[in-house]
Design a binder for this molecule. Structure first.
Ligand code: UDP
Ligand code: MN
Length: 321
C-alpha cells in the first residue's frame, strides 16, 4: 500500500444493512450515523449493504453528518442483491428453520447476511463489526473494537446476550426433556420473589456459578473474518447435515434469522463465541413481557452498568439522556 492510499484506510470496519427503506428506517439510520460520529473521532470505514432506492438516502444522510461533524468518512456500498446471491446457499438451508412464514418480517435473506459476511467482505479485512441500524451509540466505537483484543484464540464471533425469554419459549420442548438444562435461562439466576427465607438463599448460592444461557442477540456482531474463513467447525455447521442435526437436537423452530443460528452455535460450540457484555447491546424490546412472561421477564431484561450502545429493537424508542 502506498502512503497515499494508507491515508485512506481504516482499522474500524463497520458493516450496516440498509435496504427497503421507509420513513422509520430512515430515522433509525440517521440516529445511528449521528450517534456514531458524535462519540468518536476515529477514522471510520463504513460498509453499507443497500439497494438502488435506499442508497440515495444513505448518501444524503452521510453527507449531512460529514458536514456537521467536519469529518472524512471512508465508505463502500454493496448491492444487497449481489450479497444475497453470495450467501444464497446459506439462506436456503436456514430459512425453513429460522423464519416463520415465507412472507414474515425475518424471512428475507438480509437477515442471514451476517453468517456469510466473510465471503462478502474483501479478503484484506480481518476485524469487522456488523450493526443493526436501530443501534444508538452512547460511547466511542473504538472501545468496542478494543474488545477484539480480549478474544481467546478459538473465538470467531462476539455477541451480547438476548435480553428476553424468547429462547426459553422456543426451547420449551427441549427443556421439558432436559429440565436441568440452563439453555434458555436468564444469565443471572432467577431470584424468587417475596421474603428471602433460608431455603431461597440456599438455592441461589448453589446456583451462583451456574449462570444461564438466554441465547444471543445479533444487533451487534463482532467478527474475526480470517478465523471465520479458516474455521472448519464453522463451515461444517453450515452444511445441511449439521443444520438438520442441530435443529433436531434442540427441537428448534425459530423466527429471528441469523441470531437463531448464532444461539444454537453458542449452545453447541460455546468456544466459538466471545460473550460481549449486555451494555454493548442494551436491547429495549419488551414484547415478551406482555405475552406470557410478565413474571420472568425482568430477570432476562436486567442489564447493569453504564450503557454503551442501545438497541431499539421491535421499533422501541431510545431513552433520552
Ligand atoms: N433491515 C433493513 N431493511 C428492512 C428490515 C431490516 O435494512 O426492511 C436491517 C436493518 O439494519 C435492521 C436489521 O436489518 O436494523 C435488523 O432488523 P431489525 O433491527 O428491524 O430487527 P429487530 O432488531 O427489531 O429484531
Ligand atoms: Mn435491531
Amino acid at each position: 500500500l502506498s502512503t497515499h492510499l494508507k491515508a485512506f484506510s481504516s482499522n474500524y470496519n463497520i458493516f450496516v444493512i440498509y435496504t427497503k427503506e421507509n420513513y422509520r428506517l430512515h430515522m433509525k439510520f440517521d440516529l445511528f450515523a449521528h450517534s456514531l460520529l458524535k462519540h468518536t473521532n476515529a477514522q471510520l470505514h463504513l460498509h453499507i449493504i443497500t439497494d438502488k432506492k435506499s442508497e440515495v438516502s444513505v448518501l444524503e444522510i452521510l453527507q449531512r453528518k460529514i458536514r456537521k461533524f467536519k469529518r472524512i468518512l471512508i465508505y463502500t456500498m454493496y448491492d444487497v442483491k449481489i450479497c444475497s446471491e453470495i450467501i444464497q446457499d446459506i439462506t436456503d438451508k436456514l430459512l425453513p428453520y429460522f423464519s416463520s412464514s415465507p412472507n414474515s418480517y425475518y424471512s428475507d435473506s438480509l437477515f442471514f447476511l451476517s453468517l456469510g459476511l466473510h465471503r462478502i467482505a474483501d479478503k484484506s479485512l480481518d476485524r469487522a463489526i456488523l450493526f443493526d441500524c436501530d443501534i444508538v451509540f452512547r460511547s466511542d466505537i473504538r472501545l468496542l473494537f478494543a474488545e477484539f483484543d480480549r478474544f481467546l484464540p478459538h473465538q470467531l464471533f462476539g455477541l451480547a446476550p438476548e435480553l428476553t425469554p424468547v429462547y426459553r419459549h422456543i426451547l420449551y420442548r427441549y427443556r421439558t426433556r432436559f429440565p436441568k438444562s440452563n439453555f434458555g435461562n436468564p444469565y443471572n439466576p432467577i431470584q424468587l420473589g417475596g421474603k428471602k427465607n433460608n431455603e431461597n438463599k440456599l438455592v441461589s448460592s448453589r446456583n451462583r456459578d451456574r449462570h444461564g444461557y438466554p441465547g444471543l442477540n445479533s444487533g451487534v456482531v463482532l467478527m474475526l473474518l480470517n478465523r471465520i474463513r479458516d474455521s472448519k467447525t464453522y463451515i461444517e455447521m453450515l452444511t445441511q447435515f449439521e443444520v438438520n442435526r442441530l435443529v433436531a437436537k434442540y427441537s428448534f423452530k425459530g423466527h429471528l434469522g441469523d441470531q437463531d443460528f448464532f444461539t444454537l452455535l453458542g449452545y453447541e460450540y460455546p468456544n466459538l463465541i466471545y460473550r460481549l457484555d449486555c451494555v454493548w447491546n442494551r436491547q429495549l424490546c419488551t414484547w415478551w413481557k406482555d405475552h406470557g412472561y410478565s413474571n420472568l421477564f425482568d430477570a432476562y431484561f436486567r442489564c447493569e452498568g453504564v450503557i454503551k450502545m442501545y438497541h431499539g429493537n421491535c421499533n422501541t424508542r431510545i431513552p433520552e439522556r
